[in-house]
Structures are given as C-alpha cells and as structure tokens.
Design a protein around this ligand. Structure first.
Ligand code: ZN
Ligand code: ZN
Length: 241
C-alpha cells in the first residue's frame, strides 16, 4: 500500500499548494481521500484521474471538499472522451444538504459511509471512527496485507482515537494548532505527538498544517512527546507500507 500527500494545508492553501487530499494505492485500487481546494490540479502529478477507483470524504468542510465539483467535471469530461468507463463513487457520511450533491449522474454518485461498518474498496479494507470536530467527521484506517495506516481527518485528541489507531505503523494526523492557540475540534502538534505515542506508531506525519507561522515549531512540539520518526507533510510525500 502506498499513500501520497496531495494537499496538506488546513483552511486555505498557500500559493501553488492544496488543502486536504491524499492518494492511497494498492495494486490497481486508487482511492482519493478528501478533495480540498487545489487537490484536482496537484493530484494529476501522481495519478491520471481516469484511473481513480473511488473517493472518500472525511467531512463536509470546504478545505476537504472544495474540489468535488471540479472532480465531477473531470469525470464527466473523461467519460465523454471515452477515457473513463465507470461512474466514480464518492463515499461520505450522509447528511441533509451535502450528501445529495455528491451525485453527478452518470459520472459520479454518492455512497453512504456507516462509520460502524467496514468498507472494502478493491484491495483495501477501510474502517472508521467518528471524531470530535465542529462538523460530523470520521478518522480512517486503511488496511491491506496486514499493514495499516491512519488518517485522522479533523479532530481534537481523544483516547478512543489512540485506541483505534493501535497496530498501525503510520499516522497522518491533523496538526492544525501551534502550542499557544486553543481551538476546539482541532489538535496542537503536541497532541498529534501524544496520539502517535499512545497508539505506538512508528511514524507520524503532521498534516492539515496552518497557512501561517513556522511549521518547524509544530515539528518541535510534536517531537517533545513522540520519540519515533516525525515528518512535516509536503505535496508529493509518499510512504510505502
Ligand atoms: Zn479541515
Ligand atoms: Zn473540518
């Protein structure tokens, strides 16, 4: 299994960058997780959109979904050009206003995620836990060949998330906040470190980074809590499990 960071900013992307987006690949299975601002442009450096198997959204904040209409247009165009054969499923939580917009028939369609049930897409087995955030959101565990990776989505720290993450070697954690800032529903870098430490991960990727300040400060704060490898996310960062 391989995961590639496409976009790693929270809120809005800095010049030429993107907000949340990650490409997960196992064999011919290619799943885009989150589809924030700038993701569709950056994604094409790493995969042809015609090869995408599915999309999973953690929640409906714009820094995770802004490029969904653009993805839908790309699926339409590629289908008309006979380059995409299958309608593209977009898996997400069901809500009153956003879920129905995932349908762009016959090019894309929404598929409901039940966070209490596993989801199998091609060669990858996904499981979920609801996080603590201002909008309903899920963290994702992706497993294949006895290896797994965690992506936290947006959340504050809670012990059940560490429990859910145990046994996964890599955690891609949101790390939205510098140490002197408190925002409910998000984590400071030290809390991302605590999550990685409590779940006994081998590697922590700090992502969903703020578009201000010095990201090295996030690295420093996390490294006081977590002793294994820490990586500040960047577009194109690829981890093979
Ligand atoms: Zn976010
Ligand atoms: Zn959010």
């Amino acid at each position: 299994m391989k995961i590639t960071v496409i976009g790693y900013f929270g809120t809005y992307p800095k010049a030429g960058a993107a907000t949340s987006g990650y490409l997960l690949e196992e064999g011919k299975t290619k799943v885009l997780i989150d589809c924030g601002s700038g993701v569709i442009s950056s994604l094409q450096k790493y995969v042809d959109i015609k090869e995408l198997t599915a999309v999973i959204l953690t929640h409906y904040h714009a820094d995770h979904t802004a490029d969904i209409p653009i993805l839908q247009y790309s699926a339409m165009m590629l289908t008309k050009l006979n380059e995409r054969e299958h309608s593209l499923p977009i898996f997400a939580l069901r809500d009153k206003e956003n879920f129905k917009k995932l349908d762009y028939s016959p090019y894309c369609y929404g598929m409901e995620i039940n966070p209490y049930e596993n989801l199998i897409i091609g060669d990858i087995n996904f499981s979920f836990i609801e996080t603590k955030h201002s909008k309903r959101c899920i963290a994702i565990k992706a497993a294949s060949n006895n290896k797994s990776i965690i992506y936290t989505g947006d959340t504050e720290y809670f012990d059940e998330l560490a429990e859910f993450s145990k046994g996964s070697s890599v955690i891609i954690s949101e790390s939205s906040l510098y140490e002197d800032i408190e925002v409910p529903g998000h984590m400071k870098a030290s809390e991302a470190g605590l999550l990685a430490s409590n779940s006994k991960a081998q590697k922590l990727v700090l992502s969903h980074l703020p578009p201000y300040g010095n990201h090295e400060d996030l690295y420093e704060a996390a490294s006081k809590v977590f002793e294994n490898e820490i990586i500040l996310a960047y577009s194109g960062l690829s981890i093979l499990l």
